[in-house]
Design a binder for this molecule. Structure first.
Ligand SMILES: C[S@@+](CC[C@H](N)C(=O)[O-])C[C@H]1O[C@@H](n2cnc3c(N)ncnc32)[C@H](O)[C@@H]1O
Length: 276
């Protein structure tokens, strides 16, 4: 008997299986997001929640292009170490190529649901916008807690895609596209952001905090960096926009931008707790 296929959790659940041009596109999306002021605001909140200090050993699980891992490596200094872990070999290779050799970062391939580290390896762990793609996120949170030392901090960042809202385009068009966006990958956890607090509590972390950071986008180009559904470069094959609405959608967004009436919001949550 063959194993049933897991439900599609979106392109980021298995980047290595994608054709090269799609990988390049997604890696470019990660790089673009890292430069967006609203994502930088989310990351400052997460930095404060993790409380990195010189000399610490830290884990970034699902590190992507590695921007945060590099910043953490600079903060922990040569007495410390950052492990940038990702399930994608290609992503790790591309992230390594962006990393100055003097930074104390080790790139490791692995899965956040089966971490190959002994218990209490790290002073702090973080995972940003990863759990939304993972079939068993509670198992991942238990793993992240397991590898954190007692008194160390676990910081999770994730999107609440259901919080996405828009003004300036016809409401029926926005509703139709939003509906499709939320259903394009059935195994994808659209509600992950707001569930992080509960997941940390269930993993027996102490002093759990949860901070919603609502990102505001006042022009279509700015929104497109974080909300792929606003990005005309995302190909029709991604299935995110109904084919018969695609032209109407991008025309309406551009017109809202030209009138100065475009507005989009998306809440990304930062949750943290202390390993007991
Ligand atoms: C949306 S990207 C976020 C990357 C980075 N944390 C950031 O915020 O820019 C999701 C990342 O998680 C990785 N990923 C997906 N499933 C994973 C798993 N089970 N274990 C570790 N990494 C995983 C992907 O390869 C990808 O690099």
């Amino acid at each position: 008997m063959t194993e049933p296929e897991p439900p599609d959790a979106g392109a980021f659940s298995d980047i290595d299986a994608l054709p090269e041009p799609v990988f390049e596109l997604l890696f470019g999306v990660l790089r673009g997001m890292a430069e967006h002021p609203e994502i930088q605001r989310v990351r400052r909140t997460a930095w404060d929640a993790l409380q990195p200090m010189p000399g610490q050993r830290l884990l970034d699980a699902g590190a992507g292009a590695g921007e945060v891992a590099r910043a953490l490596a600079a903060a922990v200094g040569e007495q410390g170490e950052v492990v940038a872990m990702d399930s994608s070999a290609r992503t790790l290779q591309a992230a390594r190529a962006l990393t100055p050799p003097e930074l104390p970062i080790r790139f490791v391939q692995g899965s956040v649901t089966d971490l190959e580290f002994p218990a209490e390896t790290f002073d702090g762990v973080r995972s940003e916008r990863v759990l939304q793609h993972v079939p068993d996120p509670d198992r991942a949170v238990r793993e992240l807690a397991r590898v954190t030392r007692r008194g160390g901090r676990v910081c999770l960042v994730d999107t609440d895609w259901e919080s996405a809202a828009l003004d300036g385009v016809p409401a029926n068009l926005a509703t139709a596209v939003r509906e499709r966006m939320l259903n394009v990958a059935p195994g994808h956890h659209n509600d992950m952001g707001r569930t992080l607090r509960r997941r940390l509590l269930r993993a027996s972390l102490d002093d759990v905090t949860a901070t919603p950071v609502t990102c505001l986008f006042l022009d279509p180009a700015s929104a497109a960096v974080v909300l792929p559904v606003m990005d005309p470069a995302i190909p029709p094959e991604a299935g995110m926009i109904p084919d018969d609405l695609r032209e109407q959608w991008f025309t309406a967004i551009a017109a809202a931008g030209e009138r100065g009436e475009f507005l989009a919001v998306l809440t990304i949550w930062v949750a943290a707790g202390v390993r007991r």
